[in-house]
Ligand binder design. Structure first.
Ligand SMILES: [Zn+2]
Length: 188
């Protein structure tokens, strides 16, 4: 339909002046305001646009493609960081389980040792009692020592855990901010 029309009348998008446009024209300057205009043919319609706007659109399109590509890269990177964080978390919970098990074993061993002391040294008498009390004190001291060691291990592991985790979390916050801004460009 447009092909059959030779000349159309359109308003300048800058100054509003009526312009007679030859369909062969693609770009020209408005005779009234001098702004550069661009004849846009889209789906059977014809419209005038300011060249500056058309350039802006191309720029926006390019930005969008760049943002889409960046988004793919950033999301892949995020997945890797999530995997790292999961590995750090799993390692920590594994260590905690080990320490809890070791502590429980210490208690069981201590109780077993105490029972053994009573079973083996079953004789009565002052010195035997004194000997038994001394042995049990040794067992209690051993348990206490083992317990302190486990607590120290746990503190060290917890400290390491937070040291490993903190930079990853910080980096991921920054990454999420980047992803959000790229997504905003893609969805604009
Ligand atoms: Zn004009």
């Amino acid at each position: 339909m447009i092909d059959t029309i030779r000349v159309v009348s359109l308003k300048c998008v800058c100054c509003g002046a009526r312009l007679e446009i030859d369909c062969d024209m693609s770009a020209f300057a408005c005779g009234y305001c001098g702004n550069e205009l661009y004849v846009e043919r889209k789906g059977g319609t014809i419209a005038l646009r300011q060249v500056v706007d058309a350039v802006k659109d191309v720029q926006a399109g390019t930005d969008k493609i760049a943002a889409e590509m960046a988004l793919v890269r950033l999301e892949k990177e995020r997945e890797q960081w999530v995997a790292s964080l999961t590995a750090v978390d799993d390692n920590y919970s594994g260590m905690c389980t080990y320490i809890t098990t070791a502590s429980n074993c210490t208690i069981v061993l201590g109780l077993a040792a105490s029972a053994l002391v009573f079973a083996i040294f079953s004789q009565t008498g002052f010195f035997h009692y004194l000997f038994k009390i001394a042995l049990i004190l040794v067992v209690i001291a051993g348990m206490w020592w083992a317990y302190q060691r486990r607590a120290g291990d746990h503190d060290r592991i917890a400290k390491r855990y937070y040291e490993d985790r903190e930079p990853i979390v910080k980096y991921m916050v920054a990454l999420d901010r980047q992803i959000e801004s790229k997504r905003a460009i893609v969805e604009s």
